[in-house]
Write a protein that binds this ligand. Structure first.
Ligand SMILES: *Cc1c(COP(=O)(O)O)cnc(C)c1O
Length: 391
């Protein structure tokens, strides 16, 4: 044991890393096979094939051996060359943070930005593309997690497709918790990972790649090869009869398969409904306690994380410290521009259980009371329960 039991939180209701599913932990503890053992090669192919049905990309998904920031950097430097013009759609901290990777090749970056409590309007994307017909790549963060906002990815995807540019999407914190896939949103390079809504620890990237994106990467002389950042090197690695460029993360693959099996056994629609219901219950409870969500409109509030605006006069770090110390509940802070201005309650994978909304609401309400900002915790719990009972 690394931690004394008294040091452990009772509930980790964060926006990732999440407290992994017990079945995933058992998967991680499976025998670590030699990567060229036929049994592991078969596992690797099987995991990729299962993922293909979830990612719905034109070609087999690619796994990279590092948590999804590796995947975002790899996607940027593989897809984007110096002759590209990139339209970066900025609605929050992650989408803004994509620009330096996109710019590394020397490409020109055009930014379309909205305030970090708003989302990107597909019509504005159409106007931006009409103004810059030379845009070749459009980048979007589907769920900009530090804001808890969901961009209309399918509508934007349709606009990008009509323009003819390649569409690169960070779907790290939405994938597995709501509908998002390469096919329905016309995504050429979908970047995600198992460490948010699939309930795994951080350690892998999942990529969905279109035929056009492969062609573009192969034609890009700047795309990394023989590098931890290489996507190209892994194109055929999913096949049991093909070599790996280097040793894959054997234990993580076993954990991922356990997560996928849970997801498929429950059924995607049910998993998404569980996330959505948890978030709805959470928002109803917050409203009943007189607290405001960070998104400017509830219609684009995330089903996988709820961002709560910090009441005036409250120190957000102290609030989370009180939530942890009093009740053993861990919540997430904002990031960058949203740091100190909101608290995030994750509803991801194992914690996308409606009653956890009540746990988060009561802990948050109790801590606010302790800091002199009394709220009606009972009303919050009752409002959340009413949503849960209505299903
Ligand atoms: C979590 C997350 C990532 C991966 O970054 P971390 O290092 O795990 O924070 C990338 N994009 C988004 C939108 C995320 O939520």
């Amino acid at each position: 044991m690394r931690y004394a039991p008294s040091d452990l939180p009772v509930f980790t209701l964060t926006t990732g890393p999440v407290d992994a599913y017990p079945a995933v932990l058992r998967g991680l503890a499976a025998t670590v096979l030699y990567d060229y053992d036929p049994a592991f090669q078969a596992t690797y192919q099987r995991v990729t094939e299962k993922l293909a049905g979830m990612v719905k990309s034109e070609t087999m998904p690619v796994l990279l051996q590092g948590e999804p920031v590796l995947g975002l950097e790899a996607a940027a430097v593989s897809l984007i060359g110096r002759d590209d013009v990139v339209l970066n759609l900025v609605s929050g901290v992650y989408s803004k943070g994509f620009a330096p990777w996109a710019a590394r090749s020397g490409a020109e970056i055009v930014e379309l930005a909205v305030p970090y409590n708003e989302v990107i309007d597909p019509a504005a994307v159409a106007r931006a593309l009409a103004a810059r017909p030379d845009v070749t790549v459009v980048a979007l963060c589907h769920h900009d997690t530090p804001s808890g906002t969901i961009n209309p990815v399918a509508e934007i995807g349709a606009v990008v497709k009509a323009h003819g540019a390649l569409f690169l999407v960070d779907a790290v914190s939405s994938f597995g918790g709501m509908k998002v896939d390469a096919e329905s949103a016309a995504i050429d390079l979908l970047v995600t990972g198992p460490n948010k809504c699939l309930g795994c620890p951080p350690g892998l990237t999942i990529l969905g790649v279109s035929n056009r994106a492969w062609a573009k990467m192969k034609a890009n002389p700047q795309a990394p090869r023989a590098s931890i950042l290489s996507i190209l090197d892994w194109e055929d690695a999913w096949r049991a009869d093909q070599p790996f460029p280097f040793t894959p993360s054997v234990a993580e693959i076993n954990g991922l398969e356990a997560a996928i099996d849970l997801y498929l056994a429950e059924g995607a629609e049910k998993v998404w409904a569980r996330h959505a219901l948890t978030a709805r219950a959470c928002r109803a409870g917050l409203k009943a306690m007189g607290l405001a969500i960070w998104p400017a409109d509830e219609s684009f509030a995330s089903p996988t994380a709820t961002a709560v605006r910090t009441p005036d006069g409250i120190d957000e770090a102290e609030l989370r410290a009180q939530v942890r110390a009093r009740y053993g509940v861990v919540l997430s802070s904002g990031r960058g521009e949203t740091l100190g201005r909101l608290t995030r309650i994750g509803h991801m994978g194992p914690t996308a259980q409606p009653l956890y909304a009540v746990v988060a609401l009561t802990a948050l309400g109790g801590a606010l009371g302790a800091l002199g900002h009394g709220v009606d915790v009972g009303a919050g719990a009752a409002a959340a329960l009413a949503v849960i009972d209505a299903g």
